[in-house]
Design a protein around this ligand. Structure first.
Ligand SMILES: [Mn+2]
Length: 295
């Protein structure tokens, strides 16, 4: 695996003892930090996301009062990937190798970015592995932005094109939630290919219909969370803030519809907090916890 050797803070409640991986079919999650923000187009700093989200994770309990549940999923924090700053291609190659190794250990990767470009590398590694059949996966994408551009500033691989690259991998379906920013070409693409897109105003007006749709999903789910899906009031430290977004309570309600679902991976991207106690990283850590509580 390609890791930095520095001893980074581990996500709260992650286990440190050596475990014989692959021994049984027990669900185990692997946290992996990817401090790469080479494709950020506005406010840089997502390279600090893994550090700040881990730090924020210590503010939560292992017991969820609302759900009356303790965390039962096993969680291992593997530290940070060795990224090559400014070089997406080399970083993506390192990430794919490491995700492949985690999948071979039957771990479910939870990747903390980093800018959104890294999500493609995680799914590409899944596509190339024997562990995952891409045609059976529903990708659920929480974001203010569609990220469906074919190219951005001449670049094929970017945080602004990431969902188009994931679409190119032919997952079973893509569902986008919380969108409020797109180009007219991106809207043409999602309409042409029947990609389900729920705008932030759709969540305000019709959250129960969206929950019903999510609850019906039976196949494996990959979750991609751009923290800018939240309104900048709740998540100001992001690469590309967009107003009129979702509230943490709306996102919590949507996440609770994943109870018992087969989550094969998730990423939390675009967190660019640099201050201890920053609300953006607190909300990002809470979303990761809520997903773990769904298992
Ligand atoms: Mn975004």
């Amino acid at each position: 695996m390609l890791f930095y050797t520095e001893n980074v803070l581990k996500f709260a409640f992650s286990q440190t003892d050596n475990v014989e991986f692959n021994k049984d079919n027990k669900l185990r999650f692997a946290i992996l930090g990817v401090p790469f923000d080479g494709t950020t187009s506005y406010k840089p700093g997502a390279r600090f996301g893994p550090r700040s989200v881990r730090e924020a994770s210590y503010n939560f309990e292992g017991y969820n009062l609302i759900l009356d549940k303790t965390i039962s999923a096993e969680l291992y924090d593997f530290g940070d990937l060795e990224v090559v700053h400014g070089n997406f291609k080399k970083t993506c190659s390192n990430l794919k190798i490491t995700i492949s190794e985690l999948l071979a250990m039957k771990m479910v990767p939870i990747t903390i970015g980093g800018d959104h470009s890294i999500s493609y590398c995680v799914l590409k590694a899944m596509d190339e592995s024997n562990a995952v059949e891409m045609g059976e996966i529903t990708v659920i994408h929480f974001d203010a932005h569609m990220d469906m551009r074919d190219h951005y500033m001449g670049e094929k691989y970017s945080h602004a094109t990431v969902m188009h690259r994931i679409f190119d991998l032919n997952p079973k379906e893509i569902i986008q939630i919380g969108i409020r920013s797109a180009s007219i070409d991106e809207v043409g693409l999602v309409n042409k290919y029947n990609i389900k897109t729920f705008k932030s105003c759709d969540v305000d007006g019709n959250i129960n219909e969206i929950i019903k749709l999510l609850e019906k999903i039976q196949n494996p789910i990959y979750l991609s969370f751009d923290i800018d899906v939240l309104d900048p009031a709740y998540a100001p430290s992001v690469g590309t803030p967009s107003t009129c977004g979702l509230s943490p309570k709306q996102v919590e309600k949507l996440i609770y519809s994943f109870k018992g679902k087969k989550i094969i991976g998730m990423d939390m991207v675009e967190v660019s907090s640099t201050e201890i106690g920053d609300i953006t990283s607190l909300n990002a850590a809470k979303i990761i916890y809520d997903i773990l509580f769904m298992q």
